[in-house]
Write a protein that binds this ligand. Structure first.
Ligand code: NAD
Length: 286
């Protein structure tokens, strides 16, 4: 029987440890703080920001939310980021994406101080990740690695197929897997014979945004499947629900699968909290 991995339980466990770290830092006079910047009124972004702020409160991280109108200029947004960079009481800065089309997201993210870049998107952190030299690591890939630690453990020599090559999931998770001496194949929309490539994997990580892309016959007996996808689908009766990129009902022969929801998603937020604490901790080391 396939094991459905409880990402919520693992995330709670990680957040409990983060809460202990927060308490330790507070005792040293450092109150970890995250600034969350939201531009415009995209309803999904508002939900994400609310959830992040609520999760911060649960572990004792102070959060301050800057909600800016949709017509905010890039210059004004950059000025806010510079002010947050210079504020010693703020340890992490998160700009909720997507930004309105009038603002160049890359230019804005590049202005976040790398040591406060809790999303790990700044080129300095991307470079550190690809050279294995520390830095802040993007939250979803970090959460995936923690899930794999709990399911698989030693990744040396494991054959891993990553489906999707985005900068926020596919590429960084491939780098983290390489650091752990896995054999990594990164695939994407133009990859030929993807089912055949996937079928040889010990571990499949899929972040494609394509509902039920990974079918049962793509997965070898005993493989571990990490489903990153979040897709909104409408059932024939008109009801909307969230599904992943994996046809979970066809995974009876796999060793373990992460469910959607309740798999990678909760780990992403838990890693945002641990990254914020890691950023705060660095300030204590001078
Ligand atoms: P993206 O759109 O930036 O990239 C998708 C990648 O998948 C591309 O490299 C594309 O080539 C590849 N791809 C798309 N369709 C494919 C197909 N049919 N076959 C093979 N490759 C295909 O996506 P992203 O930002 O990495 O997000 C991917 C999915 O993960 C989305 O559903 C997103 O909502 C979800 N996501 C979840 C979390 C989380 O916390 N759980 C975090 C980030 C993204």
């Amino acid at each position: 029987m396939v094991d459905l991995i409880d990402g919520r339980a693992l995330a709670r466990h990680l957040s409990d440890r983060t809460a202990e770290d927060v308490a330790r830092l507070r005792a040293k006079g450092v109150a970890p703080a995250l600034a969350v910047v939201l531009v415009g009124n995209d309803p999904a972004s508002q939900v994400y920001v609310r959830r992040k702020v609520a999760e911060c409160a649960k572990v004792g991280i102070r959060s301050c939310e800057a909600a800016l109108p949709r017509e905010t200029s890039e210059a004004d947004l950059v000025a806010l980021i510079e002010a947050l960079n210079a504020d010693p009481s703020i340890h992490g800065i998160l700009v909720q994406l997507p930004l309105p089309p009038t603002i160049d997201a890359t230019r804005v993210l590049d202005r976040i101080a790398p040591e406060k870049d809790v999303d790990g998107f700044h080129p300095v952190n991307v470079g550190r990740l690809s050279t294995g030299t520390g830095g802040l690591v993007p939250c979803t890939p970090l959460g995936i690695m923690k899930l794999l630690d709990s399911i698989v453990g030693d990744l040396r020599g494991r054959d891993v197929v990553v489906i999707g090559k985005s900068n926020i999931v596919g590429k960084p998770v491939a780098m983290l897997l390489l650091e752990r001496e896995a054999t990594v194949t990164v695939t994407h929309i133009e990859t030929q014979n993807l089912p055949d490539i996937a079928r040889r994997a010990d571990i499949i990580v899929v972040a494609a945004g394509s509902p039920h892309l990974v079918r049962g016959f793509w997965v070898k007996e005993g493989a571990v499947v990490i489903d990153v996808g979040i897709n909104r689908v409408t059932d024939p009766d008109g009801r909307a629900r969230i599904v992943g990129d994996v046809a979970t009902h066809e995974m009876g022969h796999a060793r373990a699968v992460t469910p959607v929801p309740g798999g990678v998603g909760p780990m992403t937020i838990a890693c945002l909290l641990s990254n914020t604490v890691a950023a705060a901790e660095r300030t204590t080391r001078g």
